[in-house]
Write a protein that binds this ligand. Structure first.
Ligand code: SF4
Length: 268
């Protein structure tokens, strides 16, 4: 079986207001959009969604979806890509054996529009199942940090905080990864040369690097140059940092993909 960077994807919150042109999650979510009647349901079975970018408050609308199907068809994203809290999924991580879980691959959980209360409930669910490692990924990395006016994430051995970097201009984000925590950088999709030699502090400080290319069939899709990838790998090597290549690099890389894990995430 192919080795993945994460064992499990867990999506108690979905949807995002950032509108990145290459977003695969938006395409997936829109396929499952369903605008149907609403029913009553107890709070733990409700989904809450945000209609506008004002975030919490008047823009929140509580609807219900006590079931995952409508007319026999699955409807995992009834509100399309509108930020949605699927509260009924909070207890989904109780599987006994430990896993490396990517939290909210279909959202940016730390987007400014996400209410603190949603993040609180996700963090509490993580606390209840400490046998797993939880990996978070955001472009709004300042929200990890309380001293930047952000949420202030918990520090624990099994919590991993990451940010996405696609271009040279994004590199400064790593500087806001929370101190005293396990960290990673997802360089996916790699859209240009990120000049790894000029950001070697990042390669010294961060624990793990994931590299991937854009997928899908977007008109202006970027196919990264092999040299951009080589430079990242070389900088990881210089600093003794593990690197994981996604399958999307297979053709460009042309040889066996490098698939390394940091100590805390070695297969559990
Ligand atoms: S931040 Fe992530 S989830 Fe949000 S639009 Fe961009 S790629 Fe999609």
């Amino acid at each position: 079986m192919e080795k993945n960077a994460f064992d499990t994807l867990w999506n108690p919150v979905t949807g995002c207001m950032r509108n990145c042109e290459y977003c695969y999650a938006r395409d997936v979510a829109k396929q499952f959009f369903y605008e149907g009647e609403t029913l009553d349901a107890p709070p733990e079975l409700q989904r809450t969604w945000i209609r506008d970018s004002s975030g919490s408050g008047a823009g929140n609308h509580v609807l219900r979806y006590p079931v995952d199907t409508v007319d026999g068809k699955p409807v995992p994203y009834p509100f399309g890509f509108a930020p949605t809290f699927h509260r009924y999924l909070l207890n989904d991580c109780t599987a006994r054996e430990g896993r490396n879980i990517l939290v909210c691959s279909m959202a940016d959980l730390f987007g400014d529009w996400v209410p603190d209360s949603w993040i609180d409930e996700v963090m509490q669910a993580c606390e209840k199942a400490p046998q797993h490692n939880y990996l978070f990924l955001t472009k709004n990395v300042k929200r990890y940090c309380k001293n930047e006016g952000g949420y202030g994430v918990p520090v624990a051995e099994n919590m991993w905080y990451g940010t996405t970097i696609t271009k040279w201009d994004d590199v400064g984000r790593f500087d806001y990864l929370p101190a005293f925590c396990n960290t990673f950088v997802s360089i996916e999709p790699l859209l240009e040369d990120i000049k790894p030699g000029k950001c070697n502090i990042m390669f010294r400080q961060v624990n793990w690097f994931i590299i991937g290319a854009e997928t899908g069939r977007r008109k202006d899709k970027v196919v990264p140059k092999r040299k951009w990838i080589e430079d990242i790998v070389n900088e990881c090597r210089k600093n003794g940092k593990p690197v994981f290549m996604k399958s999307s690099l297979a053709e460009i890389w042309g040889g066996p993909l490098i698939r390394e894990f940091p100590d805390g995430l070695k297969k559990l």
